[in-house]
Design a protein around this ligand. Structure first.
Ligand SMILES: Nc1nc2c(ncn2[C@@H]2O[C@H](COP(=O)(O)OP(=O)(O)OP(=O)(O)O)[C@@H](O)[C@H]2O)c(=O)[nH]1
Ligand SMILES: [Mg+2]
Length: 236
């Protein structure tokens, strides 16, 4: 992993101060150790927010070197991420999923873009070619629809509004009025950042198939919550 980081990247990392990776994980015992180990190669601090896992997620994350924050179960990914950032010590935050679907090797490119002045940097899974099995056709369609609607509502031209793989300065995150409990957090951060006039930029990231555990996301329930969030923040 270390040879992925060029001298230029190391320099740009320095400009970002300390970096904390915040990783939400619920029942990701099969994947979490590898995600934590890869992230630890690249950032100063790794926090795993475990929201009521019934498996070994917390123990494996800790053994791999993460600081584990355990919270009461049932609130969702948004609550987990917000709790994780509150606990983070880094001036820069990167977020990636604990299920192994995000490729930590993309992290330096996200951070480089942040160092170049973008904030937040949002991963997009629909620019570079990704494994065909990584995103189900129905999810692709849902993603396209949500992204098209967000673009229409907010006058932007993004390609993936739902990726959880992102980098953001802690200062910007803390300035945004974030309340999302579940998967609508990605939309809320994006919209609030746009409304604040932030320099939102996308960087192409990969996407790997899920090899362990089960998805937490529920297409209809969470899709509607995301849609509702998008519209509510536009009209309120
Ligand atoms: N702590 C915590 N983590 C969560 C919660 N919901 C989701 N996550 C984590 O957030 C990450 C993304 O969740 P997934 O269900 O894989 O959703 P997704 O990756 O957007 O959708 P898929 O493409 O189906 O995998 C995973 O690491 C989950 O374990 C939650 O309520 N609490
Ligand atoms: Mg996933």
């Amino acid at each position: 992993m270390a040879d992925l980081v060029s001298d230029a990247t190391r320099k740009s990392f320095a400009a970002l101060g300390s970096v904390t990776a915040v990783i939400p994980a619920r029942n990701e015992a099969g994947a979490i150790a590898a995600v934590v180990a890869a992230a630890r190669e690249l950032v100063t601090e790794v926090i795993v927010v475990d929201d009521g896992s019934s498996d070994d997620t917390a123990a494996r994350a800790a053994a791999a070197g993460a600081r584990v924050v355990r919270i009461a179960p049932g609130r969702g990914k948004g609550n987990a991420l917000r709790t994780g950032v509150t606990a983070a010590q880094g001036q820069t935050i990167v977020m990636l999923d604990g299920d192994g679907q995000d490729d930590p090797q993309d992290l330096p490119r996200l951070l480089e873009r942040l160092a170049a002045g973008a904030d937040p940097v949002v991963g997009t899974r629909f620019v570079a070619a990704v494994d065909r099995n990584a995103i189900a056709p129905l999810d692709r369609v849902g993603n396209r629809l949500l992204t098209a609607l967000l673009n229409l509502l907010y006058g932007v031209k993004l390609t993936d509004t739902q990726a959880g793989f992102r980098a953001i300065s802690r200062a910007l995150w803390q300035s945004l009025p974030l309340t999302a409990q579940g998967f609508e957090i990605e939309t809320e951060v994006l919209v609030r950042a746009l409304q604040a006039g932030a320099n939102v930029q996308e960087v192409a990231v990969g996407r790997r198939p899920r090899h362990h555990g089960e998805r937490v996301l529920h297409r209809v329930r969470d899709g509607l919550a995301i849609l509702g969030c998008m519209v509510r923040l536009r009209v309120s």
